[in-house]
Structures are given as structure tokens and as C-alpha cells.
Design a protein around this ligand. Structure first.
Ligand SMILES: CC(C)(COP(=O)(O)OP(=O)(O)OC[C@H]1O[C@@H](n2cnc3c(N)ncnc32)[C@H](O)[C@@H]1OP(=O)(O)O)[C@@H](O)C(=O)NCCC(=O)NCCS
Length: 137
């Protein structure tokens, strides 16, 4: 499979972002997904032709600290190294930052441990009624 990786978010359309947030009870629609990507500090996207089949984003103060809120590869494309490639490319983009943090389920920890991350204790607050990303500030 010829997967191409891009970090330019300017020319993406909502139509290219169908099928993500698998298993989420409520989730951002494609338009909101695009806004999330556009508002992010950095993104990497994996394309099969014009279809986006994987993405990762980072939010940041631009100097010191960055956080990776989302990483996903579409089900049909899992297990081909796309997720690892997206994380590696993002780590390269963020290589001058002190902190690059991710919160994940225990079941995914092995994936991140294999690519330079280590475990720590974290505390999180989640407003599940805002899980579709339409909450106004
Ligand atoms: C996690 C995810 C991004 C991995 O993407 P992927 O393209 O399938 O991963 P890769 O093909 O690069 O896998 C690399 C290695 O990690 C392993 N791996 C993949 N998913 C894993 C998981 N969920 N848990 C543990 N190990 C995993 C693979 O078996 C592979 O191991 P190998 O090199 O020994 O064969 C993908 O499964 C996904 O989108 N999951 C749903 C969303 C999610 O959980 N995102 C993370 C949020 S924190």
C-alpha cells in the first residue's frame, strides 16, 4: 500500500476525514474534526490516495510543552506501521520541546513504550457531555 504522509493541514476537506473516532459514544463530526486539526499546533496525516486513513495532532505553548490528544488509524489500515510512523514524525516535529505527553489506556501503553514513551501517573478531568467537540468557550 502506498501511504503518503503530510503535515500541511490547509488543503484538507471534511470529506477526507470520514470514519474516525471508532467506538466513541459521542464524537466530533468531520467538520469539527477538521477544526481540531486546524487549531492544533502540529498535525501529521496519512493518506491512501485522497483519503485520510490516519492522523495525529499536538497542542502546545510552542516553546516548552506539547501534548498529543489524538492518534487514530482507520480499522482497515491498522497493523501496517502507520500509527508508529505518525508518532515518529510527530516526535521529530516536536524534538526541541521539553515535554511531549500522551494520556492513554493501559491497553495501549505497550504501543507507546515501544517508541520512547514511559509511564507516569496522570490525573484527568473529562466532560463527557462535550465529547462531540461542540462545546462553546
Ligand atoms: C493505536 C493505533 C494508533 C496503532 O496504529 P497502527 O497503525 O495499527 O500501529 P502499528 O501498525 O504502527 O503498530 C506498531 C506496533 O504496535 C502494536 N500495537 C498496535 N496497536 C496496539 C495496541 N492497541 N496495543 C498494544 N500494541 C499495539 C502492533 O502490534 C505493532 O507491534 P509489532 O511492531 O510488534 O508488530 C491504532 O490501533 C488505533 O487507531 N487505535 C484506536 C485509537 C487509539 O487507541 N488511539 C490511541 C489513543 S491514546
Amino acid at each position: 500500500m502506498n501511504i503518503k504522509y503530510k503535515n500541511n493541514k490547509k488543503k484538507i476537506t471534511p470529506d477526507q476525514l470520514k470514519g474516525f473516532f471508532v467506538g466513541w459514544a459521542k464524537h466530533p463530526n468531520s467538520e469539527t474534526h477538521l477544526k481540531i486539526l486546524k487549531n492544533s499546533f502540529a498535525v501529521w496525516l496519512a493518506f491512501d490516495g485522497s483519503r485520510c486513513v490516519g492522523f495525529i495532532n499536538a497542542i502546545s505553548d510552542g516553546i516548552f510543552y506539547s501534548y498529543i490528544p489524538l492518534l487514530e488509524v482507520l480499522p482497515d489500515y491498522k497493523g501496517q506501521g502507520i500509527g508508529t510512523e505518525l508518532v515518529k514524525r510527530m516526535l521529530k516535529t516536536l524534538k526541541n520541546m521539553y515535554a511531549i505527553d500522551i494520556v492513554c489506556d493501559e491497553s495501549i501503553a505497550a504501543f507507546y513504550k515501544a517508541i520512547e514513551f514511559k509511564s507516569c501517573v496522570g490525573m484527568v478531568k473529562r466532560n463527557y457531555d462535550k465529547q462531540n467537540g461542540t462545546g462553546k468557550l
